[in-house]
Write a protein that binds this ligand. Sequence first.
Ligand code: ZN
Length: 233
Amino acid sequence: MRSIVLILIFAVMTISGDPLTDWAAFELNVRDGIISKDSARSDFPDIYKKIKSEAEQYRYSSDVKWSIPIAGCSITDFGKGGFKPDIRYGGSEIKGYDFYDGNRHGGHPAYDIFIKDKNRDCLDDKSGKSVQVVAPINCFVLTSSSGWMKGSSIRGGNYVWAFAPDSGYFLYFAHMREIKVKPGTFLKQGDTLGTVGRTGKNADIPRSPTHIHMTVLKVNGENLKPVDFINKF
Ligand SMILES: [Zn+2]
């Protein structure tokens, strides 16, 4: 009985027609491997079309220089050689990044941006304050996933997905502590998304320096391809 109810709820979610609800179900289904990669791929173009038209009511600017996504950080705080989409990484048995591998994905299609936090308390060593994660460009929030708990296998921890329709970029910010935005929020460049944290299966372990993992993906048909965005700043 319980599974019938769950299937019904799932079915309603998938055919809701609301772009943010559709994306929420899609993103979780991909992350957790609930639907096959093939069916996720074939669902995506329709969801993308709806997200794009929902987001297009806001103003975007594609030509601007991007802001560093952590307040007070600079380009020197980016991990050296961080963008490696083709490697085996993070205990994944998969080599190379494919968005549709979800939480099991391989590769490191991202930059890790580090704060100064020797004692791993998520606070800046000098100021003793939490550190803001900010929007690098104008973007539209799709997912704000908080509530990650120690022991969870979710690698991104508390994370945000956002979208910039002029470029077709999907932006992903992982390992956050607090998240201060909601799906449907339009962010201007420099607006706060939340704070830097240590959430996520591997980000949580003591040897991991405190950082945000930021990925940018570009839509290409039914695929989402990693973009090396280091030259945008
Ligand atoms: Zn990373």
